[in-house]
Write a protein that binds this ligand. Structure first.
Ligand SMILES: [Fe+2]
Length: 334
């Protein structure tokens, strides 16, 4: 038994008020509840997906990994026990706080707090986003993905792959070492990047509509210093996205069009084309890093790297693509 989705995240924050503004007006989430310094945020029918804790910190406080049911959680705990990994049973009060039926708590080799739960509460009120948009792609895919950095990622890969049962989607070594893991058809729900220090790199939330990404970008460009990574498209999950700085020292990737994989047949591969097909200039990178990343994109362009746009029923019109002139060109790229 293994986790089936990234169910929720707890976020350390210096200011819940900053998060309230950012998460609603820019990202499009809904404030479900404010209690003390805590802020519960909704993205869909779940009572909460993100919990902001005003504790003076930054980064992510806990990862909520969803199990099928009580039996699955029990079987998973038995596996952990066999491997000598300590899993602490969460109290009734903690489960109530997380809005779940039951949970256990484990610390990963990097030091992150992982909570494995089942039975998330669903709201009886419709989702009402903080800005007009077409909703987030969650459901069985979970809330999105999180990418963390570590001093040495090799320390954590066996833990996630062999013990947690996460499937390795792919990995690369340039322009940095990175490993991407799936727990459902979303290409990755979790990734590890080697940067020399432990931190949260970004969380990704996926919109149903590409226009919601573009309109989010317009809102972002109104704010000095909010944009972290320019619009671009990833080679691995095919996500078209841009990134913003959150108030908690990591970034949000605002994405659309992530590919779905079949976990039963997927084979992990070493990718050499780098993180992005095009775009994604990273404001946080060193000048040398930016040059290297841009070179990778230009190499991709020069060899005609293309990936199919991932569309969903109802959000596209299929155009007739026949062009006798283009079709007669030898070696053309589609
Ligand atoms: Fe991402």
């Amino acid at each position: 038994m293994k986790p089936r989705a990234l169910g929720y995240l707890g976020v350390n924050a210096k200011s819940a008020a900053d998060w309230a503004d950012y998460a609603t007006r820019l990202v499009g989430m809904q404030i479900a509840e404010k209690t003390g310094g805590n802020l519960a945020l909704r993205m869909d029918d779940r009572k909460q997906r993100l919990v902001i804790e005003e504790n003076g910190g930054d980064g992510i406080a806990y990862f909520g990994w969803e199990m099928d049911d009580a039996d699955a959680l029990g079987a998973f705990c038995a596996t952990l026990d066999k491997a000598g990994v300590r899993a602490e049973h969460g109290s009734r009060a903690l489960a109530d706080q997380r809005r779940v039926k039951d949970l256990v708590v484990v610390t990963d080799p990097i030091g992150y707090r992982l909570e494995f739960f089942h039975g998330a509460e669903v709201s009886d009120r419709p989702f009402n986003g903080g800005r007009v948009h077409s909703g987030f792609r969650t459901g069985p895919l979970g809330l999105g993905h999180v990418v963390t950095t570590a001093e040495r990622v090799a320390d954590a890969v066996p833990f996630y792959r062999d013990l947690m049962g996460f499937g390795l989607s792919d990995y690369y070594y340039k322009p940095f070492e990175a490993y991407f893991f799936h727990v459902n058809p979303r290409h990755h729900s979790f990734a590890l990047i080697e940067t020399g220090k432990r931190s949260i790199h970004h969380m990704m939330i996926e919109h149903f509509s590409l226009d919601d990404v573009g309109q989010g970008l317009d809102l972002t460009l109104k704010e000095e210093g909010r944009l972290a990574v320019t619009l671009g498209r990833h080679c691995g999950d095919y996500m078209t996205s841009f990134y913003t700085h959150t108030p908690s020292g990591f970034m949000t990737e605002h994405g659309w069009g992530g590919q779905l994989i079949d976990p039963a047949t997927w084979q992990a591969s070493h990718r050499t084309e780098g993180p992005s097909l095009w775009g994604h200039e990273r404001s946080w990178m060193s000048p040398e890093g930016k040059v290297a990343a841009r070179e990778l994109c230009i190499e991709n362009a020069n060899r005609g790297l293309r990936r199919p746009v991932q569309v969903m029923e109802g959000n596209y019109n299929l155009m007739p693509g026949a062009c006798p002139w283009w079709d007669s060109v030898p070696g053309k790229q589609r």
